[in-house]
Design a protein around this ligand. Structure first.
Ligand SMILES: C[S@@+](CC[C@H](N)C(=O)[O-])C[C@H]1O[C@@H](n2cnc3c(N)ncnc32)[C@H](O)[C@@H]1O
Length: 179
C-alpha cells in the first residue's frame, strides 16, 4: 500500500522480488497502476521461472474485502503489532489464503481494524522489504531454499566465486564475467 509511482518504484520492485523468492504466489500493488514495476517483475518471472502474479492499481479496501469475502485472511505487518514469535503458530495453523499487507508510508488507521492480525517483526521501525522477508521466512519455516521455480529460461548455479548461470533452454552452462 502507498506506492508512489517513480519515487518508490525500486523499493516496490524489491518488495515484489522478495515476495517471489520467498514463496509468495503474487503481489497486488494497491491504488497506483505502475506498468514499469509490472514489467520488471514479469521479466524476472520469465527468466527465472515460477508463476508469480503481479497486479497494480486496484483500490486497497476493495482488495481486502474481496479477499476476506472469499474466505482469505489478512495480516498487516507493522511495528505496532503483536510480536511475530507470539502469533506465528496460530497464523500457520490457519488453512486459508493469506494476504500480507505492507506499506511504503503511514498506513490508514482503518487498516489496523480490517486486518485479522497486526504483526511486528521487532517493535522497531524498519523497511517493508526487511519485514516481509523475515515474516515469509518464519511463515515457510525457513524452507525457501527448497522452492521450485519451474519453466525458467535460466538458473543460477551456486558457486564459491564468480557468477554461474545455466541456460535451461539450451542445456548449456556458461560463466559470466564478474562485474
Ligand atoms: C518504512 S515503514 C513506514 C512506516 C510509516 N512511517 C509509519 O509511521 O507508519 C514501511 C512499512 O514497513 C513495515 N514495517 C516497518 N517496520 C516494521 C516492523 N518492525 N514490523 C513489521 N513491519 C514493519 C510496515 O508494513 C510499514 O508500513
Amino acid at each position: 500500500m502507498g506506492h508512489r509511482v517513480f519515487r518508490d518504484s525500486r523499493v516496490t520492485t524489491h518488495v515484489c522480488l522478495t515476495a517471489r523468492a520467498l514463496g509468495a504466489s503474487g503481489v497486488i500493488i494497491a491504488n497506483s497502476p505502475d506498468k514499469g514495476v509490472e514489467s520488471s517483475v514479469r521479466e524476472v518471472v520469465k527468466r527465472f521461472g515460477g508463476s508469480f502474479q503481479v497486479e497494480t492499481g486496484p483500490e486497497w479496501r476493495h482488495v481486502i474485502r474481496g479477499w476476506k469475502g472469499e474466505g482469505g485472511k489478512v495480516l498487516h505487518l507493522t511495528a505496532y503489532g503483536l510480536p511475530l514469535p507470539k502469533v506465528i503458530d496460530q497464523i500457520q495453523a490457519v488453512r486459508a489464503d493469506l494476504l500480507v499487507v505492507v506499506g511504503s508510508e503511514k498506513m490508514p488507521g482503518e487498516m489496523f481494524k480490517l486486518a485479522d492480525w497486526n504483526v511486528s517483526v521487532t517493535s522497531q521501525p524498519m523497511s517493508e522489504v526487511g519485514a516481509l522477508a523475515v515474516f515469509l521466512d518464519w511463515y515457510h519455516s525457513h524452507m525457501e531454499f527448497e522452492l521450485d521455480f519451474p519453466g525458467s529460461e535460466m538458473q543460477i548455479v551456486p558457486s564459491k566465486e564468480g557468477k554461474i548461470v545455466k541456460e535451461v533452454s539450451r542445456v548449456a552452462c556458461k560463466s559470466l564475467a564478474l562485474d
